[in-house]
Structure formats: structure tokens, C-alpha cells
Design a protein around this ligand. Structure first.
Ligand code: GLU
Length: 562
């Protein structure tokens, strides 16, 4: 077979050579040890939590080493593409600190364009590049055209599937498939010419000469040493529209774009044999690989299962609606990614997670478990360390979008809101009331008449007359100008007057000697003023609410109890 002629017949429009292309993608000029990584999503939907995971690894490894992190849009499957998904991906990733040095970016009109010298970064725009390398492989006798149409192939596969069910003679079947594949390999130049003259579509297949019995050792930086069998499947490189399959695009793009570390989901592990063969056929140096374990969750029966697209917590856009701040999500991801992150973080509480020396060796080999209670814990810590000003702004922005009534109240008087969020903030042991912005209303909504309601009732064990007497005495003696100690002395005095212990030690020594303690007296007042048994420091609450509102609420409670 004259392969040169075959290549010309198949790709008459390709005039460049691989060398011409290589010249346009020169090696990157980076310091020793700098890593080049990429995130390569297919624009088929939203950003999945399981996608943010490898992209965080890529971002950290590149930026930690002074390398480059880029975004490539893998839109080779037009059937699965979702309109606007690529734009959405870029926006969502930016929200989570996944900032790309180059690649597909959004321009000022919101359209995707390229930044960087290794583009185009959308695979659908790189057709001639792939075809140039495919032509070369055909020229070298390493790839060949296959005129079986997609419909015919689908049919073949359907038959094979049926056979699989009936046929338990695996060896016979494997042989039949092998024979079918080998049959595809033999054709004459005349047949090819005839097909082309008829305008028949063709795919380009690799000629796989591997022996699956032969295994080579391969080191994945996450999974460790693996035994990879040689590939013997003539898989498709170019589809009939000249667009590559994932395998071919991966090899060509990651080579030309200078990727040093391919970080991707472990679902690609079974394809590794193909990729190893392909890189070798193309004469490309194999990049390093990191196959990241899938994110798992516990199902209702306590069994581990993959966090699927439809699961709560999968869609990153849901986190915005649920009121999670991106800082918390990023930190949670770090705790999942590196087992020593939490320890580091405890010792470096003031530092951003980007200061953490991320270490590939500390990554989990098997699936990490996604857990809302853990993310809530992390989030409470993150929010507790934010400034009151920051929290006020973030809660207000969130509420204006997702709870406009609440948002309007906050936005009407930002200073008032900030005073509230300042309670218990800034010290060594800050309050940890908020895991999400959704929690804000329940925590501090009572400051606003619109949301104030009596949520907790008084425990039946207390005498109503004592509650009323407490409220009356407190109202009569309340002075806004009192400092905290004076204020509390007055509360203690009420306790003494009504037979409640003002001294907690005395109370603990003999609870039966009292009706209760000063803690109960405070609770009587707290429920009247905040509607809840659990609320931030009552003295400060009153200072923020003001004298009139405080007394109005106490008096209302007296009326409702009387
Ligand atoms: N487009 C592939 C995916 O979304 C990318 C895998 C890779 O990173 O190589 O799964």
C-alpha cells in the first residue's frame, strides 16, 4: 500500500506538516520544575463538584510551582453540547478561585475568546491541527480509514450486545471481534478511491498492534504503580466530520500545549492503554498522569455511592443558592484533597488556603466522601473569621438575590446590620452561628420587626408570675446608658428578689434552695426581646436594638402573658 498516496487521498486539503504545526507551538519557557496543567471540561452542563476537585488540584500545582494553568474547552461532541454551558463554566470556576493564566476566557461582551499563544483553546476550532497529525499517522501506516458508517457501527454494536447476553463463549466472541476488526484493516486503494468518489464518509482508526497479554508498569502520581496492558483496539481517532475523539484530541492538544501533568477523573484510567499507544505512535513524550478518585457519598442505607449529577451538592451553582461562600467550599475541597490540610490550617488560621503547600503524595487514592455536615463545620469557621463588614456585604448581596424581602431590610441600613454581625466577632473564640447565608435570617432576623416572632415558649416548669415580675422589674429599671456590669447587676438583683440564685456557685451547690438561677431570669428577658432562648449576648442585643424597641418587646410579652 502506498501510504503517502492514501494520506493525500484522505486529506487533500491538509498541506501543513506536523513540523509546521510544532513550530507554532514552541516549548514553553518556564523555570525548572514548573508544572503546566489544565482543566478540560466538556461543555455539556454545569460545573460538578467532582469537576471542581481536579481543577483545584491543577490550579494549585501549577501556581505553586510557578507554572501555567489553562482552560481548554473540549467541545468535540456537538450532540452533547449545551448552549451557554462553556460560558457558565468559566463564570462558576472564577467564583471558586479557579483562575486561568491562559485558555478560553470570557471577553467583555460575554463571548468566549482566547488568551495565550497555544490556542485555539476550543477543540472544535482545531480541526486542521488534528487532521495534520492524522494524515501523518496514515502516511506512516499507523492509522487507516474505515468507511463503515456510524449507523452501521451502531448496528454492529447492538448485535454484539445481544450476542454478549446470549453468548457465554467469551473467547469465541473476542475472536469474532478481532476478525471483524482485522477485516476492516484490509482494503485496496481502488476501494478507497471508489468510496471517496461516492462521497462516503469515513473515520480514521489507529492500527493497534499491542498485545494485551503484555503489561507495562506505569506510575500514576495518585494511584501509584499500575500494570497497563498493551492496546489492541483500533479505536477511532477522527470521526467522519474530521473532529477528533477524546483520545486523539487529548494526545495532540496536551502535547502541543505543553501540559506536564494531566489531572483528570479516574474514569479515564481504562483508556490509559490507548493514550500510551497514541503518544508513542505520534512520537510525543508522555505527560505525567494523575487520576483523581471519584467523589462518593453515603446513600440512605449507609453505602458508599458516586456523587451523581442529580445529587444535592453536585451542581456548583446550587452552592450559591444555598448560600455557601466560595471561600468555605474551597477550604472544604482542600480538606478532602490533602489529609494534612486541617492540621496545617489549625496552625496557620490566618493564612489563605493558597499558602498551604499542596502535596500530591497526601492525596486520597480511593474515593473521598462528600459530607454536608463537614462542609458546614468548615464554613462556620471560615465565616467566623471574616470581618463584620465583609459578612454584612456578603449576606446582603446573597439575600438581595435569593431572599429579596430580607435583602431589602439589610440594604436599607447597612450600619445597623454590621453592628449585628459584629457581635462576638474578632476575638480568640469568635461565634460560629453561620454555616451559610441562609442561616443569617434565623440567627439575626429578630432584630427586624418584620421578622421578629416568638419562636421559643417559656418552659412550663416556671411560674408565669415570676416571668411577668422579671419582665416588669427589668423594664422599670432599664437604663440604656448602663454599662454591661451595671446592667447585669440589675438582672442579678431581680433574681435575688424573686428567689432565684444570683450566684451560680450557690445554685449549683444546692439547686433545691432556689426557684432557679440568674440564667433563667436572663432567659425570661431574652425570649421576650429576641423570641428565642438562644441568641447573641443580650446586653449587646439591647444596645443595638435601642431602648424603645427593647421596652416595647418586653411590654408586649407582659401583655401576652397577663
Ligand atoms: N473532557 C474530558 C472530561 O470532561 C476531560 C478529561 C481530561 O481532563 O482529560 O471528562
Amino acid at each position: 500500500m502506498n501510504y503517502d498516496r492514501l494520506a493525500e487521498l484522505l486529506f487533500p486539503h491538509i498541506t501543513e506538516t506536523p513540523a509546521d504545526i510544532e513550530a507554532k507551538f514552541p516549548p514553553r519557557n518556564l523555570p525548572e520544575g514548573a508544572k503546566v496543567t489544565r482543566f478540560a471540561p466538556s461543555p455539556t452542563g454545569f460545573v460538578h463538584f467532582g469537576g471542581l476537585f481536579p481543577s483545584t488540584v491543577g490550579e494549585r500545582l501549577a501556581h505553586q510551582s510557578g507554572g501555567v494553568f489553562y482552560l481548554r474547552i473540549e467541545d468535540t461532541d456537538a450532540k452533547r453540547e449545551v448552549e451557554g454551558a462553556a460560558e457558565g463554566l468559566i463564570k462558576t470556576l472564577a467564583k471558586y478561585g479557579i483562575n486561568f493564566d491562559e485558555g478560553a476566557i470570557l471577553d467583555e461582551n460575554g463571548n468566549i475568546s482566547d488568551k495565550g499563544a497555544y490556542g485555539p483553546y476550543k477543540q472544535s476550532q482545531r480541526g486542521p491541527i488534528y487532521q495534520t497529525f492524522a494524515k501523518q499517522l496514515v502516511r506512516e501506516g499507523k492509522a487507516y480509514p474505515c468507511f463503515t458508517t456510524e449507523e452501521e457501527l451502531d448496528e454492529l454494536q447492538a448485535v454484539n450486545k445481544k450476542e454478549e447476553i446470549k453468548n457465554t463463549d467469551w473467547q469465541a466472541e473476542a475472536e469474532a471481534r478481532r476478525a471483524e476488526m482485522l477485516a476492516r484493516r484490509s482494503f485496496t486503494m481502488e476501494e478507497v478511491e471508489e468510496h471517496l468518489a461516492q462521497g462516503h464518509p469515513f473515520v480514521v482508526r489507529i492500527l493497534a498492534n499491542g498485545d494485551p497479554e503484555k503489561k507495562t508498569k506505569f506510575t500514576d502520581l495518585v494511584k501509584g504503580t499500575l500494570e497497563i496492558p498493551e492496546n489492541d483496539e483500533d479505536f477511532v481517532l477522527l470521526k467522519s466530520d474530521g473532529i477528533p475523539t477524546y483520545h486523539f484530541a487529548h494526545a495532540v492538544d496536551d502535547h502541543l500545549m505543553g501540559t506536564t501533568h494531566v489531572i483528570r477523573g479516574e474514569e479515564w484510567l481504562p483508556s490509559l492503554a490507548k493514550h500510551i499507544q497514541l503518544f508513542s505512535a505520534l512520537g510525543f513524550r508522555l505527560p505525567k498522569y494523575m487520576h483523581i478518585a471519584q467523589i462518593m457519598k453515603l446513600d440512605e442505607n449507609g453505602n458508599k455511592k458516586k456523587l451523581s449529577k442529580r445529587d444535592m451538592g453536585a451542581n456548583m451553582d446550587d452552592y450559591t443558592r444555598m448560600g455557601y461562600c466560595p471561600e468555605a467550599v474551597c477550604e472544604y475541597i482542600m480538606t478532602l484533597l490533602n489529609s494534612n490540610y486541617e492540621e496545617w490550617h489549625m496552625q496557620n488560621a490566618d493564612k489563605p488556603y493558597t499558602d498551604f503547600p499542596f502535596n500530591i503524595k497526601k492525596m486520597s487514592v480511593s474515593g473521598c466522601l462528600f459530607d454536608f455536615s463537614k462542609i458546614n463545620d468548615v464554613s462556620k469557621n471560615v465565616i467566623s473569621r471574616m470581618s463584620a463588614e465583609d459578612v454584612t456585604k456578603k449576606v446582603t448581596d446573597w439575600a438581595l438575590e435569593f431572599d429579596p424581602e430580607f435583602g431589602a431590610e439589610l440594604a436599607a441600613d447597612p450600619e445597623f446590620a454590621q453592628k449585628i454581625f459584629a457581635i462576638g466577632r474578632g476575638g480568640k473564640k469568635p461565634r460560629k452561628d453561620l454555616a451559610t447565608w441562609v442561616d443569617a435570617k434565623g440567627y439575626m432576623g429578630f432584630f427586624y420587626d418584620k421578622f421578629f416572632e416568638i419562636i421559643d415558649t417559656y418552659p412550663e416548669t416556671f411560674d408565669k408570675a415570676d416571668i411577668i415580675a422579671t419582665l416588669e422589674k427589668f423594664a422599670a429599671g432599664y437604663d440604656y446608658a448602663d454599662d454591661m456590669n451595671t446592667w447585669f447587676d440589675k438582672v442579678k438583683a431581680i433574681a435575688d428578689e424573686l428567689g432565684f440564685a444570683s450566684d451560680m456557685k450557690a445554685y449549683k451547690a444546692d439547686p433545691t434552695a432556689f426557684k432557679g438561677s440568674v440564667a433563667d431570669i436572663s432567659m425570661f428577658i431574652r425570649v421576650a426581646v429576641t423570641g428565642k432562648q438562644n441568641a447573641p449576648d443580650l446586653y449587646t442585643v439591647m444596645q443595638i436594638l435601642g431602648k424603645d424597641k427593647t421596652l416595647e418587646r418586653i411590654n408586649k410579652m407582659i401583655v401576652s402573658l397577663s
